[in-house]
Design a protein around this ligand. Structure first.
Ligand code: ATP
Length: 706
């Protein structure tokens, strides 16, 4: 038989199986709909004023609705990958692997979930260790149609007669595909070293390191899906995935849902505090000050300062006498109350201390005609409206955002930062808060620190949830645990850039959690890694099991592109720190030197050329402070595949084509500029063009830089 005919026959055989799976899925869907409807019916029966006896019924109803909803979500998730693999084993079995398990009405396995132990051989078997697998097949589908198959013989000498081997290179085909708006799941082509990290036990701390494009982010997300599948009961809705920026979380947001997993919560570092999302990023120098643990001391002192516009004198009439506390006396009382801790939690102490001070003052005034009884006086003044009006102004409820905004006042900041920050740092910080519109990512960690220093505001009454709620709030996002410290597992991506203050914020969310940490020290943009390491160890707690995985293959960049990036890194990393790029395109990156006044035109022309060359996305990457200018340059190119991304914002992302504008700007924009340049150069999958006004950034010609 001709090769093509054999392939068509194999595709048809797989199609037959896939058809059975979809038929079964339609049945399951109908069953889930019925179950959900029944659950709601039960809800109506129970009504609002459920009695104790009805509690069990309500519980059943909630469980039923939740289960049906989860099933429907999984069934409705992307169809791609419903069946993507097949294992033919030495015992004559053929096991289909997919993104969720499906059984027929008689409970026979139609598809095995990729996370099930039985599917592990799909990722772990090698010709050296075949694990009884004769043939591993990747099945490519478009919607419900099988389009191709790719086989790999693992025991070639033992292949039975009539078991054909079709095509080769499912991985290479996947890597060569154009990139779109969002990251895809890689369930069909997970590699063995990645699989080991994905299936590592949930407990303790799992660290995954590796160079650019080694699949760290993909592995972390597949690990979440795996852990939720294996330990859903224990991990529940408490899995948090933290990425560096909202652009990044949006880029990875489809991976878990595409595997039918919707209960993990995705947040960027600037979105970890409810009610104060970051809307911008600070320049590196400001970021370095705000991220340092020295800020803890500054904030502690700030919290104890007298809030702006508080009264500096108290006067109250008692027994015909005016009793007065002046600014110094009031300050003394304030300092004493602050010793007790969180000011919002010590409002009663503040009231008592004030009344005490007033009583003491009254005793000073005592004479023949005025001799107040201390207990009576404290009691009477404590009931007076004017006393409470004063208290509200003198000891106001402090919100983190209000206290942080005090840093605008340079003198106030200088008092709080005396001996901790130098003059230049104080100027930077005060200037940044004064000029800013909205909060920055670094501010959010400061606000979270203040949240703890200030204590919760007095309680308001909470509204109860809807009786029909499943495990997602109405905006469709997963519900976060009621308290921040209730997360059960936290995944942090790009850990090398997490500042010490951000580690403190994360630590508060992971007090009882296990962790997966993903990053690459070579890509760090944080200037003092030792300080960050200390804060990180504190956040993770000391008595934890730690296991480490290292990924060594770069799946993103062509070997040609990674060659330029690695060279640009100079001697900042040894060969052992760098991954190996496995795919060669035969196309060398273009490095052009252009005159400064020709840079705009060259950028526009190159972007246009890349858009016409590649099928997927194209990014123009300049230094952070030139993003607006460069956006103007390319504004005429109407193509929604094109974006302009600042150097530091490009972290974790990828594009088919990249135009890197003026590398020297990237080198100069921060103390870790050379690493930022390496990050930007490793974003492209197919094409890279570097436009520079000189060649001093090139290895060998560059001046020594950190
Ligand atoms: N086994 C695989 N099969 C198919 N594609 C893969 C595989 N592993 C990684 N990739 C692809 O390689 C690209 C890089 O993966 P990913 O973004 O997870 O790398 P990373 O290590 O997090 O990179 P960076 O450090 O630059 O952020 C992605 O497009 C991903 O889908």
């Amino acid at each position: 038989m001709l090769d093509a005919t054999i392939r068509q026959a194999e595709i048809a055989a797989e199609q037959e199986h896939v058809d059975r799976v979809y038929t079964r899925l339609a049945e399951l869907r109908a069953e889930a709909e019925t179950m959900r409807a029944k659950g709601y019916e039960l809800a109506h029966g129970a009504g609002q004023e459920a009695t104790f006896e009805q509690a069990a019924m309500l519980f059943d109803r909630d469980a039923m609705v939740r289960y049906a909803n989860r099933l429907l979500q999984a069934l409705d998730a992307e169809h791609e990958g419903l069946v993507f693999g097949r294992l033919d084993t030495t015992d004559g079995q053929a096991l289909r692997i997919g993104r969720m398990g499906v059984r027929d009405a008689e409970h026979h396995n139609l598809v095995t979930d990729w996370r099930a132990p039985a599917a592990a051989a799909f990722y772990q078997a090698t010709p050296q260790e075949p694990m009884d697998v004769l043939r591993r097949r990747v099945i490519h589908c478009s919607g419900e149609t099988v389009t191709n198959v790719d086989d790999e013989p693992l025991m070639p000498e033992a292949l039975p007669e009539g078991m054909p081997i079709i095509g080769e290179g499912a991985l290479m085909a996947a890597l060569g595909r154009a990139r779109g708006e969002a990251m895809h799941n890689i369930v069909a082509t997970i590699q063995r070293e990645q699989d080991e990290a994905i299936r590592a036990p949930a407990g303790g701390v799992t660290e995954i390191t590796g160079g650019p494009g080694t699949g760290k982010t993909a592995v972390a997300l597949h690990r979440v899906a795996y852990l939720l599948y294996r330990e859903r009961r224990r991990l529940g809705t408490g899995v948090l995935v933290v990425g560096p920026s909202p652009v990044f979380t949006s880029y990875i947001s489809r991976v878990l849902p595409s595997m039918g997993e919707t209960s993990a919560e995705l947040r960027s570092l600037g979105e970890l505090l409810d009610g104060a999302p970051a809307t911008r990023v600070d320049p590196p120098a400001v970021n370095a000050v705000k991220g340092s643990t020295r800020m803890v001391r500054v904030l502690r002192r700030l919290v104890r300062q007298t809030p702006p516009d508080t009264p500096t004198e108290m006067r109250i009439v008692y027994g015909g006498e005016v009793i007065r506390l002046d600014a110094r006396e009031l300050d003394r009382v304030r300092r004493r109350v602050h010793r007790a801790g969180q000011p919002n939690q010590h409002r009663v102490d503040a009231a008592e201390a004030l009344l005490e001070a007033l009583a003491r003052k009254a005793e000073e005034y005592a004479d023949e005609t005025f001799r107040p009884d201390r207990a009576e006086m404290v009691h009477e003044l404590g009931e007076r409206m004017e006393f409470h009006r004063f208290l509200v102004r003198w000891w106001p409820v402090l919100s983190p955002t209000w206290v942080l905004s005090w840093l605008r006042d340079r003198d106030r900041l200088a008092r709080a930062a005396k001996g901790v920050l130098d003059r230049e740092e104080i100027d930077l910080l005060a200037g940044s808060v004064a000029e800013a519109d909205g909060w920055s990512t670094a501010d959010v960690a400061l606000l979270d620190e203040l949240r703890v220093l200030l204590g919760p505001p007095p309680k308001r009454r909470r509204r109860t949830g809807s009786p029909h709620s499943d495990d997602r709030p109405s905006d469709g996002r997963p519900r976060r645990p009621e308290h921040y410290d209730e997360y059960s597992h936290i995944v942090v991506d790009e850990v090398q850039d997490v500042s010490p203050m951000q580690w403190r914020m994360l630590g508060r969310r992971g007090r009882y959690a296990s962790w997966t940490l993903v990053g690459d020290p070579v890509q760090t943009s944080w200037p003092t890694p030792e300080e960050a390491a200390g804060a990180r160890d504190e956040a993770l707690g000391s008595a934890r099991t730690r296991r480490r995985y290292r990924l060594r293959t770069n799946y993103r960049n062509s070997a040609e592109i990674f060659g330029v990036a690695a060279a640009a890194l100079g001697d900042l990393a040894g060969d052992d720190d760098l991954p190996k790029a496995v795919r060669s395109t035969g196309v060398a990156p273009v490095v052009s030197v252009v005159a400064a006044d020709a840079l705009a035109d060259a950028t526009r022309a190159t972007a246009a050329e890349l858009l016409s060359t590649v099928d997927g996305t194209v990014a123009v990457i300049p230094a952070m402070d030139r993003v607006d200018e460069v956006r103007e340059w390319v504004s005429g190119l109407a193509d929604d595949r094109l974006r302009v991304v600042g150097s530091l914002d490009s972290k974790g992302l990828e594009y088919d084509g990249v135009v890197l504008v003026e590398p020297t700007d990237l080198l100069n924009e921060s103390p870790t500029g050379r690493r930022a340049l390496y990050v930007a150069l490793t974003r492209a999958t197919q094409r890279l063009t570097v436009l520079a006004t000189d060649d001093t950034w090139l290895p060998g010609r560059a001046r020594a830089r950190p």
